[in-house]
Write a protein that binds this ligand. Structure first.
Ligand code: HEC
Length: 124
């Protein structure tokens, strides 16, 4: 009997452990507060910001992102985010479906999403 209980406990512990990576994927609103953009940019090479593009970090996709995303709001609402890749995909769909964002061709979508995931990520 005791052995069964120990086994049950081990299984429960193991499933909690297995659930952890899934939990890490969920949206954590505190991430944006605990990881300031400045702190994140402090490690590694200094990130150059492009004043012509609303101070988005210089890089492939910055221009497409600027024109895709700033028709309705400033870049600040984007640069303050630290989201998982899945969350950026979700954000895109939310902008298109609920906020009326123009849905561009797939190539542009990929460039912009890659840029967002690269620069405003909670995963890397
Ligand atoms: C057609 C207008 C429009 C465009 C274009 C647009 N957005 Fe938005 N976005 C909105 C509106 C409206 C809100 C505020 C929604 C709310 O809080 O209810 C918003 C809010 C946001 C937020 C804040 C979400 C939050 O958690 O409060 C982010 C991040 C965001 N947009 C990212 C983007 C990105 C990235 C793009 C380009 C790929 C983009 N938006 C393009 C209209 C737009």
């Amino acid at each position: 009997m005791i052995n069964f209980n120990i086994l049950g406990g081990a299984i429960a512990a193991a499933s909690l452990f297995l659930a952890a990576p899934a939990f890490a994927q969920t949206y954590d609103p505190m991430v944006a507060l605990t990881q300031s953009p400045d702190a994140m940019q402090a490690d590694g090479d200094a990130v150059k910001l492009d004043p012509e593009l609303g101070n988005l970090p210089v890089g492939e996709g910055a221009e497409d992102t600027f024109y895709q995303c700033t028709a309705c709001h400033s870049t600040a609402i984007i640069t303050q985010q630290r989201l998982s890749d899945a969350r950026w995909d979700y954000m895109w769909d939310w902008m298109v479906e609920d906020q009326g964002m123009y849905d561009p061709e797939d190539e542009t979508k990929e460039i912009v999403l890659n840029y967002l995931k690269q620069h405003f990520s909670s995963e890397r």
